[in-house]
Design a protein around this ligand. Structure first.
Ligand code: UT7
Length: 309
């Protein structure tokens, strides 16, 4: 996480808002905001090193890096390549994946397929974002919602017929008909500028729960399980009300839901790996647990991954 923490009260002198409104409507209490020397690459590097330490590996063991981000350091090269270089890794390959808030879920599903296809043995999957750089700090309807951060995990190929470990099922979706409901109003091929995030929050909210629960039910169907079989639900952390409504509709017990939106705000592609990291570090998620990841965001994109930790 970036060093600087911004509390809800810190917005009160900047835009017309209140801690009470933000907590009631979103569940967010604070978010981290990157300093000038903290970037998507530097945060991603730190998360990558932490994941490698926790896996007992070094960069030499990795042959693919997939970075989920919508806030790259530069338009190109891919920030994944910059992280590869920061890790002192000059073998293998690295690329960015852009699916906004669903980026990490897309990246885990993609990493799994590279492993199954024999193109990679150990994949470092990172979600890293600096949304503070693309926020309109005068727009109260968006600037209070997002934060910066990075999380990562390592997926490893294992020999033999392992049928109940790692990624068990995944469902990914997108529908560009909704592209104007959550977007950035700039880009290299249009305005030649970076642009600012724009969102019709109420419209996104209206679609979120239905899309999330549909894709999760598809994933349950593919894996032949029900909500009762889950140990942990690690959803995208955009809004506590969306998380609660989705869990309720799916019949997932409240105590199985990992919530970090209060601490991190919406960190887009970093939100799921950050929530995972918190629940692994505090001992909730243990080896052998059945874990469901889910995300929904700009595009719209949405998806779910079921894995055995
Ligand atoms: O990660 C990608 C996915 N993104 C999401 O999932 C976000 C989805 N959307 C949301 O989470 C919610 O729609 C928001 C949190 C963005 C907004 O909550 P809401 O309950 O849908 O509120 P609203 O947009 O209907 O706005 C209610 C009122 C409006 O005032 P009026 O028109 O009722 O007078 C807004 O202008 O709240 C006002 N408002 C604010 N008031 C104080 C909007 N932002 C703020 C603010 N502080 N920061």
């Amino acid at each position: 996480m970036p060093r600087r923490i911004m509390k809800n009260a810190d917005f009160e002198g900047m835009v017309e808002t209140s801690d009470e409104w933000i907590v009631q409507r979103t569940g967010i209490r604070q978010r981290h905001v990157a300093a000038d020397d903290e970037t998507t690459a530097s945060l991603g590097e730190a998360a990558a090193r932490a994941a490698l330490d926790s896996a007992g590996m070094t960069p030499a063991d990795i042959d693919l890096i997939i970075l989920a981000t919508s806030t790259p350091n530069n338009t190109f090269p891919a920030t994944a390549v910059e992280i590869q270089n920061r890790l002192g890794m000059h073998h293998g390959f690295a690329f960015d994946m852009q699916a906004v808030c669903s980026g990490f879920v897309y990246a885990v599903a993609t990493a799994d397929l590279y492993i199954r296809g024999g193109l990679a043995k150990r994949v470092l999957v990172i979600g890293s974002e600096t949304f503070s750089r693309i926020l309109d700090w005068n727009d109260r309807s968006t600037c209070v919602l997002f934060g910066d951060g990075a999380g990562a995990l390592v997926l490893e190929a294992q020999d033999g017929a392992i049928t109940d470990r790692g990624v068990l099922a995944a469902s990914l979706r997108s529908d560009g008909a909704h592209k104007d409901k959550l977007f950035v109003d700039g880009g290299p091929s249009t305005t030649g500028t970076v642009g600012h995030l724009r969102m019709e929050g109420r419209e996104v909210f209206k679609h979120a729960v239905g899309m999330i629960t549909d894709v999760i039910e598809a994933t349950f169907g593919e894996a032949g399980i029900t909500a009762q079989d889950l140990d942990w639900f690690v959803p995208h952390q955009a809004n506590k009300r969306i998380i609660d409504a989705s869990a309720r509709k799916l019949g997932i017990a409240e105590e199985k839901v990992v919530v970090t939106v209060d601490l991190h705000g919406n960190t887009s592609a970093a939100s799921v790996p950050l929530a995972l990291a918190v629940a692994v570090a505090d001992g909730r998620i243990k080896k052998g647990d059945l874990v469901l990841l889910e995300a929904m965001g700009g595009g719209f994109t949405w998806g779910a991954v079921l894995l055995r930790w």
